[in-house]
Every structure is written in C-alpha cells, then in structure tokens.
Design a protein around this ligand. Structure first.
Ligand code: SAH
Ligand code: SF4
Length: 400
C-alpha cells in the first residue's frame, strides 16, 4: 500500500466566450485561399473570378480532385485545365495550408507538429501511429476559452478560432509529411496512414462549429481525402446546444469529456458544467440523433489522483449513464509543468476500469502517447503562448 497522497487543490475560473472569429477574407496582400471552401463555396468563388456558370460545376470537380485527391499545391500541376485558365486561377487565388515550424518525433513514433497559421499564431497537431491504423489529433482553436483545470491548453491566454482551411490544412500537412498522397500511375496503397481523425487537440470544436463542420465535410468527401464519418471523432466538453447539430450536420462520432460524477466536482474540473450541468448534458446525449449500439458515445474520463477516481465514482458513473450506448475511455492524467494534479496510480485506474467493465461497458485505458514530447492529451499548448502564465501563477490560482 502506498500512503494516500494529499488531495490536490482544484482551480475554478470564470467561463469566458470572447473568441475572435477570422472572416473568410484573405489577410492583406494575399489572394483568397481555395483550401477550406466547401464545394458550393468553391464553385461560387470560381464564378466570381470569371468562370462561366455553365462550366463551373465541371471546374469545381476538377480543382477539387487536384486539391484533395492528389494533394497538389500549385495551379501549374492541374494539367487537365487549359494554360490560360490556370493562369487566371493563379492571378485570383492561393492554395495555402499551415506551415510546419517544427516536427518532433517521440520515442514511440508519435509525431507532434507545430504549425504556423495566418497572423503568426501557432497550433499543434499530433499523429499517433498504431498497428494497422494511424490517428491524427487536430486542433480547432488556438488555445481554448474554457479553462478546465487539468488541461494545459486551458491555461493559454490567446484564443482564436481556426478557419476551415486551417482545420482541413492540418490533415493535408500530415499527409504531406507522411507521404500519403497518391502518386499518378502508382497503385493505390492499401493501408491508410491517417486512417482516423480526432478533434481532440487544442480548443473546443463546438465553439467553432461552422468551420469544423465545413472542414470535416471536405475531409469526408469521397472524391478527395475520403475518410468515412465513422473514422472521425469530435470531442466536446459538453456544449449542449450544439450537440444535436454534430449528428445532423457532420455525422461523425461523439466523445464527451465527462471527468466527474457530481456537479460539485465537475464544476471545478470542467467549469462549463456550471452552464450545462451533468443532468442537462446527459439529457442531450439521450436525445442524440445517432445514438445506436454501433455508434456509441465515448465518455472520456481523466484519472486524477484522489479527485475523481474512487470506487464510488466508478459506480456513480455507471448509474448516471445507464441506458446510453457508451464506452468509457479512461485517460491517465498527463502532467504538464505546474499542473495542480497527479495521475491516479495504475492499481486505482485498473480497479476503476474493472467496476465499469463488470457493469457491461468497454473501459479501455488510453495509453499515453508522445509524453516525452508533450504531445499527450491535454499537454498541447503552442510555443508562442507558452510562458505567459508561470508555474507559480498556476499554482497560486489553483490554491485560491
Ligand atoms: N476541448 C475538447 C477537445 C480537446 S481536449 C474537449 O475538452 O473535449 C481532448 C481530451 O483530452 C479531453 O477529454 C480532455 O478532457 C482531455 N485532457 C485535457 N487535459 C488532459 C490531461 N492533462 N491529461 C489527460 N487528458 C486530458
Ligand atoms: Fe478546452 Fe478541452 Fe482543454 Fe477543457 S479540456 S480547456 S474544453 S481543450
């Protein structure tokens, strides 16, 4: 037996929602970007730039394939378009994806990309290779307006929504780095390197709904990157009014950052709980349009030593979600400098998992990946913003 560790203090911070949304307009001196436009938007942009309406549908299809099937980044390579037409496109548009600033590769093969986006901001994207599949964890915002007290991203001050181009661009940049685009004349590769996408990086995806939806529609399009909707998982802290739209307008799988079994504890871990508490959240999930056994909701539960990891918590969790087709993903807490919590012991995590498993739920324990490069869940925080809050500040806030 190990001695009980003193309970870590829990931070409470007010909820703010003052995100600056960047319009689709190009930054000064740049042409409008074709990346990130949905098919109707792409067609409208081509027409606005002089493509005759009659040809617009065909041109849209051709350009779409170059961008998202072949992954080309220059108009000159679009060889089924006339030279003049290509020159016109060149004058009117850009093809811009985020720029890789650094790429770190973990001892376990996980790759963390630091990407530069318009305005000089930076976001992180993580690629996690596994046996027979590869998961790309993408960001939806720079930072996050929510301030979950166990999450590194939540301590980042500056927040802005990513554009659809910056969201789909993360998938494109990872495919560039992995060499995953098809090569004309070469046989189609059997195995996909980016086989799954999870919206579990920086930011709250449901606070940037439209851009996330548009980007995922591009990723799912059968004439491009062509990922099935069942291979995309959106994780939310519980933005209740947007949950049903996720099923209706995106159709991907849903994961909920649940993390606590009483409102008192959830209020402190996931402060947005003060707005939509556990009962309200579970009500929205019971009404979730796509709720079936084959499309179960994932409940994410971060294991915090002495905070939310008792047998009683496990039993309460099972009672709370009764009737919801679900699996529970236990996430050992990933530490970050100045974090006010400790990871539960492996014995505790296993005992907790066992109670859930015996109640009939799958309860996988998420193996932390890429910890040596701070790429694991909740450790992301872009370098430009790092250091704005010192470890001492975080500790002081946690104690207050
Ligand atoms: N904002 C969204 C998605 C990004 S966070 C959300 O909160 O769901 C992705 C997952 O990582 C969430 O379940 C989040 O609660 C979890 N997480 C955050 N910080 C963590 C940490 N330090 N250790 C382990 N998991 C963490
Ligand atoms: Fe934001 Fe998710 Fe981190 Fe909470 S856990 S601060 S919602 S990124």
């Amino acid at each position: 037996m190990t001695a009980p560790t003193p309970q870590a203090p829990i931070t409470t911070t007010p909820i703010t929602q003052d995100v600056l949304t960047i319009p689709r307009k190009a930054p000064e001196g740049q042409r409008p970007n074709l990346i990130g436009l949905t098919r109707p938007q792409l067609r409208a942009a081509l027409i606005a730039a002089g493509t005759p309406e009659k040809q617009a549908k065909m041109r849209e299809g051709q350009i779409w394939q170059w961008l998202y099937h072949w992954g080309v980044r220059d108009f000159a390579s679009m060889t089924n378009l006339s030279k003049d037409y290509r020159a016109g496109l060149e004058q009117a548009f850009d093809i811009r994806v985020p720029e890789i600033v650094t790429r770190q590769v973990s001892a376990d093969g996980t790759r963390k990309y630091l990407l530069k986006i318009d305005g000089g901001h930076e976001v992180e994207t993580v690629y996690i290779p596994e046996e027979g599949r590869g998961t790309l964890c993408i960001s939806s915002q720079v930072g996050c307006t929510l301030t979950c007290s166990f999450c590194h991203t939540g301590t980042q001050k500056l927040v802005r929504n990513l554009t659809a181009a910056e969201i789909v661009g993360q998938v494109m940049v990872a495919r560039d780095d992995l060499g995953e685009w098809p090569v004309p004349g070469e046989p189609k590769r059997e195995e996909r390197l980016v086989s799954n996408v999870v919206l579990m990086g920086m930011g709250e995806p449901l606070y940037n709904f439209d851009n996330v939806r548009d980007a995922m529609q591009i990723v799912m399009d059968g004439e491009g990157i062509s990922l099935s909707r069942r291979r995309i998982t959106l994780s939310t802290s519980g933005i209740v009014p947007e949950i049903a739209r996720t099923a209706e307008e995106i159709g991907c799988l849903l994961a909920i950052s649940f993390h606590a079994t009483t409102d008192a504890v959830r209020d402190r871990l996931v402060p947005v709980n003060k707005k939509w508490n556990i009962a309200t959240l579970l009500g929205a999930l019971r009404d979730y349009p796509r709720l079936t056994n084959s499309e179960r909701i994932t409940f994410e539960y971060v294991m915090l030593d002495g905070v939310n990891d008792s047998d009683e918590d496990a039993r309460r969790l099972v009672r709370l979600i009764a009737g919801i087709p679900a699996k529970i993903n236990l996430i050992p807490f990933n530490e970050w400098p100045g974090a006010p919590y400790r990871r539960s012991s492996w014995d505790r995590i296993e005992a907790f998992a066992d109670i859930i498993f015996k109640a009939g739920y799958a309860s996988p324990i998420r193996t932390p990946r890429g910890e040596d490069i701070m790429a694991a869940c909740g450790q992301l925080k872009s370098a430009t913003e790092r250091g704005r809050k010192s470890a001492a500040q975080i500790a002081a806030e946690a104690a207050s």
